[in-house]
Design a protein around this ligand. Structure first.
Ligand SMILES: Cc1cc2nc3c(=O)[nH]c(=O)nc-3n(C[C@H](O)[C@H](O)[C@H](O)COP(=O)(O)OP(=O)(O)OC[C@H]3O[C@@H](n4cnc5c(N)ncnc54)[C@H](O)[C@@H]3O)c2cc1C
Ligand code: SF4
Length: 483
């Protein structure tokens, strides 16, 4: 098997944006334009340095937020960057796409006092972007080179965070990914208007320059087995994310124009990256001039509706079976989508799709919330005789993701998985039931967040280091004993 060459992301143009005239989009330029040094310092200076840092407690990486806010307020940006990057492998990414309203900012004491949160994420982004611009992001130079190697399956945030941490300790790192670019969902899931692709490419290039070897277009299971990787490396990390789209069965669900969210978002991201995307160019995956209905209420659904707005859809509706309060997606995202002209059809679910070969109408019915279900939210119950119709030329299903069947895919039936299909690990060590095989990120947690994937990647790296060092020490002891 010949390893394919690493291909960095190059951006020919932004995600195709043919802005619908009636909408108001919130893009990066608008949200962050005000983040000049003075503004960042003013915002950071609003931090009350409260005794109990609730922001830090609610950041999955336990970022030392109060300290880097103070340093930013004092204009000591390089030191602020050093503190913030000490616990986070991609602060410029988290600053952009963490749901801060549910994490650090949502627990800011100033916010709780009704004065508006300190804009932690924007400052984190500003400080790290400044660090890149001014050359403060130093190359990875391990103090020693080790003989041992680690194979990492998946170049998403979990795999990349682990790769960096282990490379810093001098291990030889080989990252395998079935995609043609490094970044996982950072590249092909999350839209460019939330996370610009050159930001991810810059990280990938820096990691490669630090000595990490990427093997792209390599699918573990198809091109190499897990057993082969275990032979090649001293430890293996599974960081493959979750990609099996949940589906729904209803009359007409096989009609043309009904597509899964990842198919739609990947096409849009690839187009923005300058790739040839025949299904976009033919109009099949382009929302321009169409009535679009997105089914689902999570962050992926929000990304779909906001992408459709940018592609110039005639109308964009989001159909969700619960109400606003019980929606899984970030409220900030819902607000942005509403500002951009998206219509939310709450307490509604599709029951059939009508059309001649292609979708033309979604038949939906009203729901009400009944007794609480396992998620703690009211279970949606169908209202009888409440059917209504929505015109639709493009229907996007954003119903969530499950893990693929890894033991089958990897040709490794001995790999233990949970009832949900995630890899079963010892939660202290993140090691699976197979000696030296670890797992991290969405493939352990189920669909989650980038910041949690980074946290898991870091934890797995520490555990892999301990595992390899223990084996070396034990082998040394046995060798001495044998003499
Ligand atoms: C549309 C969308 C929008 C999102 N928006 C946000 C957001 O705004 N903020 C946020 O925090 N989170 C967001 N998330 C969630 C976030 O992207 C994930 O939680 C995170 O990327 C998980 O990281 P990971 O490294 O575990 O997996 P992934 O990022 O999925 O990376 C897994 C990698 O493994 C590779 N792989 C899989 N199987 C194989 C195999 N057999 N062989 C080789 N390679 C393989 C894949 O190609 C991929 O590159 C979003 C998710 C989606 C789908
Ligand atoms: S990593 Fe996310 S949660 Fe933590 S400080 Fe940054 S934006 Fe907030």
């Amino acid at each position: 098997m010949a390893a394919k060459m690493l291909r960095f992301v190059t951006v020919a143009q932004d995600t195709p944006e043919k802005r619908a005239p009636q909408t108001r989009r919130r893009d990066f330029d608008e949200i962050y334009a005000e983040y000049r040094p003075q503004h960042a310092a003013e915002q950071a200076g609003r931090c009350s340095q409260c005794g109990v840092p609730f922001c830090q407690i609610h950041c999955p990486l336990s970022n030392n937020i109060p300290d880097w806010l103070m340093l930013t307020a004092e204009g000591r940006l390089e030191e602020a960057y050093e503190v913030s990057s000490a616990t986070n492998n991609m602060p410029e990414v988290c600053g952009r796409i963490c749901p801060q309203d549910r994490l650090c900012e949502g627990n800011c004491v100033i916010e709780s006092a009704g004065h508006g949160t300190v804009t932690i994420g924007s400052i984190e982004k500003f400080v790290t972007d400044t660090a890149w611009e001014r050359g403060w992001v130093k190359p990875i130079r391990p103090p020693l080179e080790r003989e041992q190697s680690v194979g990492i399956i998946g170049a998403g945030p979990a795999g990349l965070a682990a790769a960096e941490q282990l490379r810093r300790k001098g291990y030889r790192i080989h990252v395998y990914d079935r995609y043609d670019r490094v970044g996982g969902l950072l590249v092909y899931g999350i839209p460019n208007f939330k996370l610009e692709k050159p930001i991810v490419a810059r990280r990938a290039k820096w990691l490669a320059e630090g000595g990490i070897t990427f093997h792209l277009n390599i699918e573990i299971g198809r091109d190499v087995t897990l057993a082969e990787l275990r032979r090649r490396h001293d430890a293996v990390l599974i960081a493959t994310g979750v990609y099996k789209a949940r589906d729904m069965q209803a009359p007409g669900s096989g009609l043309g124009g009904i597509v899964p969210a990842m198919t739609y978002l990947t096409a849009s991201n690839r187009k923005g990256l300058g790739d040839k995307v025949p299904e976009f160019d033919s109009g099949k995956l382009d929302a321009e001039g169409k009535h679009v209905v997105v089914i689902g209420g999570g962050d992926t659904a929000m990304d779909c509706v906001r992408t459709a707005v940018r592609q110039g859809a005639k109308s964009v509706k989001c159909l969700y079976r619960r109400d606003r309060e019980n929606m899984p997606g970030s409220m900030r995202e819902v607000k942005h989508a509403e500002e951009e002209g998206v219509e939310f059809v709450w307490l509604s679910a599709p029951e059939a799709f009508d059309g001649q070969a292609k979708i033309s109408t979604v038949v939906a019915h009203r729901m009400r919330l009944g007794a609480r279900d396992a998620t703690g939210r009211g279970a949606p119950v169908k209202e009888e005789d409440s059917a209504f119709r929505l015109p639709a030329d493009l229907v996007i299903k954003a119903l969530g993701f499950d893990p693929e069947a890894l033991p089958v895919l990897f040709q490794a039936p001995e790999l233990a998985i949970t009832d949900c299909g995630t890899v079963k690990v010892n939660h202290r060590t993140l090691m699976s039931n197979l000696d030296g095989v670890f797992a991290a990120g969405d493939i352990v947690r189920g669909a989650s967040l980038v910041v949690w994937a980074i946290k898991d990647g870091r934890d797995a790296a520490a555990s892999i280091d301990r595992y390899i060092q223990t084996r070396i020490a034990t082998a040394g002891i046995s060798a001495v004993a044998a003499e």
